[in-house]
Design a protein around this ligand. Sequence first.
Ligand code: MEV
Length: 285
Amino acid sequence: MSSGRGRAPGKLILCGEHAVVYGHPAIALPLELATDIELARCEGPTRLLGAEPDARLAEALRRALPERGFALTVASDVPIGRGMGSSAALSVALVRAQADLEGASLPHGAVVARALELEAVFHGRPSGVDVEVSARGEPIRFWRGPPARIEPLPLPAGALVALDSGAGADTAEMVAGVAERRPAVDRALDAIGALVQVCTDVLGDPEALGPLLTENHRLLCEVGVSTSRLDELVALACGAGALGAKLSGSGGGGVVLALARDPEPILRAAAHVGVQAWCCVSEDS
Ligand code: MEV
């Protein structure tokens, strides 16, 4: 075989981001948005076709592939820098494309281990939750390792709407900022960890889950990772009938996630003020 293909989805964190870095659980959901990679053997230096890689992607490719002999095509509809797992999806898709090219069938653990090495280029020392949910393609509760502990979960009932802040999020920077604010923020991180347990118990009950998500956002504000724009989007979604809303991912930018029985009023309210929003997880999908 002269080329190999790999595909992996993006993700959203329902609750528990940042606390998961310190051993607490987080709940993560795969998205339908995904990254596809085609990897082919070729003459000359290893290169990305159709785009100029930024510094981090170039470093990830350098780690993943020999200096010469490969051409790579990346097609992705996972928004970059929005806390939606674009680098994890890229890492998992690349590992899968390599395995496909070699005609190898990698066990899940090996996919995750290799993808984590690549994701570290983008995120410093990630907890691993993004790679794990992308590689599994199913909702999970995740505790960082080693060894990581993973529990498959059902999708939450209701619809989840993502509202784009329009600002990029740098996960490595945000995680480093939280580390600097410890131990002052440890109580908020512990409270987020406890909240994830309660959320797990009410995944099927949007009216109970919604306020817990809003509480998770308040705690993330205490941790120092929200912005006035993200707070405005939480208020916008709740004012339009969301049962609860929170930033999702590293904060500092990225998206707000709103839980609703009916996503339409939130989508309309967002469109009215020029905010890009889309329904990304729904029990009907
Ligand atoms: C990023 O999607 C989630 C964070 O908790 C970082 C991590 O878990 O590595 C902010």
